[in-house]
Design a binder for this molecule. Structure first.
Ligand code: SF4
Length: 363
C-alpha cells in the first residue's frame, strides 16, 4: 500500500540504522513528543536497533493522558445529571477520575456513548431533542478542527441541547515548558507530524531558534522515526539547530489554513492545567463568548471540586520524560490495561500501555 509499505520496508530500516550507527556522538537525549511515535518505537522494537549513544525520551503527546483529573471528575458529575448523554472517544471513558471513571458511572446507569467523531454527538442531539448531549472534547491541535466544526454546525442548526466540555490543549507551550525545565536535558526533538499537519512547522522553527535545539517533524512509521532520529542526530553532530521536515508527504510549512481558521473562529487561547505537567500558560482552548451557549461548564454552572490523584502513579514524571513506565512499582502488576490506575495505561497513545503491550511481545 502506497505511503505505508515503503515506510515499513526492512531494507530501508537497515540502511537508516547503519547510518545512525556510523555517527560518532556522545550520549544524546532525543524526545519523541507524540504518543503515537512512542507506540511505533515500542511496537517495532526500534530502541534495540539503535546505538547506545541515543537515549529516546517519551514526551507528553498523549491527549488522553494529559487531560487533567478535574476534567474527568467534571465529566463524571455531568454524566449523573438526569437526561444528560455524555459522548466522547473510547479511551476517555476508561480514564480513572478521583473516585469514578465514566465507565463506572455508565455501569450504574448513566448514559455514556462512545463516538468516533464530534459530528456523531451532533446527530445524537438532533435525534434526542428531550436530552442534553455533552461532547467531552479533548486533544491537541489535531482534533480541534473537527471539534470546532461540530460547534459551528450546532450554531448553524440552532441546537439548544448540544454542549461541549472542552479540555483541549496546544502542543507548543508544553514543549517549551519541557525545554525550560532544569530536570531534563534534551538535545533534539521529533515533533508530532499529526499536529504539524494542522499547525504547519513555523512554531517548530521558532522553538529551534529560541532554544537552539534541532527539531525534525516526523511521521509515525518505522522508517519515519529512524529518519527523524538520523536527521536530528546529524544536526546535533554538526552543532546545528534548525527545523527539518521529514514528514513532507503530509506536513507543509503553513499547515492547514482552513482548519486553523475554524479553530480560532470558535476557540480562544487560555491557560490550561495538564495532568502531570501542571498549569501551562496559554496552552489551552476555550470557547469564545460568541459560542458560550455551547459551553457545558457555563450552562451547568460547574463549580471547582476537590480531586485527588493516586499518589502511587508516576504518570507526571513519565509525561515529562523523567521516568519510564517500568520505573513505576505498579507497572504490569497492580496497573494493567484491564485495571488501569493512571491514564497512560489506558490510552492507545499512552507510554505505559505501549510498554505493557509491546515490551512483553518483543522480549
Ligand atoms: S504503570 Fe499505571 S500507575 Fe504506573 S505510571 Fe503508568 S499508569 Fe501510572
Amino acid at each position: 500500500m502506497k505511503f505505508l509499505d515503503e515506510y515499513r520496508d526492512a531494507e530501508k530500516v537497515k540502511v537508516l540504522v547503519d547510518q545512525i550507527h556510523s555517527l560518532n556522538l556522545p550520549r544524546i537525549n532525543i524526545m519523541e513528543v507524540c504518543g503515537s511515535q512512542t507506540h511505533t518505537i515500542l511496537k517495532y522494537n526500534l530502541e534495540e536497533l539503535l546505538p547506545e549513544y541515543i537515549n529516546l525520551i517519551h514526551g507528553p503527546g498523549c491527549p488522553v493522558c494529559v487531560t487533567p483529573i478535574e476534567m474527568i471528575d467534571k465529566a463524571v458529575l455531568l454524566a449523573q445529571i438526569p437526561n444528560v448523554i455524555i459522548t466522547s472517544y473510547g479511551d476517555m471513558i476508561r480514564i480513572p477520575g478521583s473516585i469514578n471513571s465514566l465507565m463506572k458511572v455508565k455501569a450504574s446507569g448513566a448514559d455514556i456513548r462512545m463516538i468516533y467523531s464530534p459530528l456523531d454527538a451532533i446527530r445524537l442531539a438532533k435525534e434526542n431533542p428531550d436530552k442534553k448531549i455533552i461532547f467531552f472534547a479533548i486533544g491537541f491541535e489535531t482534533t480541534a478542527p473537527a471539534n470546532a466544526a461540530s460547534i459551528l454546525t450546532a450554531k448553524k442548526s440552532k441546537l439548544t441541547n448540544f454542549f461541549v466540555l472542552s479540555s483541549q490543549v496546544l502542543i507548543p507551550p508544553a514543549v517549551k515548558k519541557l525545554l525550560d525545565s532544569e530536570l531534563i536535558q534534551l538535545n533534539g526533538l521529533l515533533a508530532p507530524g499529526h499536529v504539524c499537519t494542522v499547525t504547519g512547522t513555523k512554531w517548530c522553527s521558532e522553538i529551534s531558534n529560541q532554544y537552539k535545539i534541532p527539531i525534525t517533524v516526523t511521521g509515525f512509521e518505522p522508517v519515519d522515526i529512524l529518519e527523524g532520529i538520523l536527521l536530528t542526530a546529524k544536526q546535533i553532530l554538526l552543532n546545528e539547530h534548525s527545523t527539518v521536515n521529514q514528514y513532507k508527504r503530509v506536513v507543509t510549512k503553513e499547515g492547514n489554513l482552513k482548519a486553523q481558521g475554524n479553530i480560532y473562529k470558535v476557540f480562544e487561547i487560555c491557560d490550561r492545567n495538564w495532568r502531570g505537567l501542571g498549569e501551562i500558560k496559554q496552552s489551552g482552548l476555550k470557547l469564545k463568548a460568541d459560542f458560550e451557549e455551547f459551553d457545558a461548564e457555563i450552562f451547568f454552572n460547574l463549580e471547582p471540586s476537590q480531586h485527588h490523584e493516586d499518589e502511587r502513579c508516576i504518570a507526571g514524571e513519565i509525561l515529562q520524560g523523567l521516568k519510564k513506565p517500568t520505573d513505576c512499582n505498579l507497572f504490569g502488576k497492580d496497573c494493567t490495561p484491564t485495571k488501569p490506575v493512571g491514564a497512560p495505561m489506558v490510552s492507545s497513545e499512552g507510554a505505559c500501555a505501549a510498554y505493557f503491550n509491546y515490551r512483553k511481545v518483543n522480549e
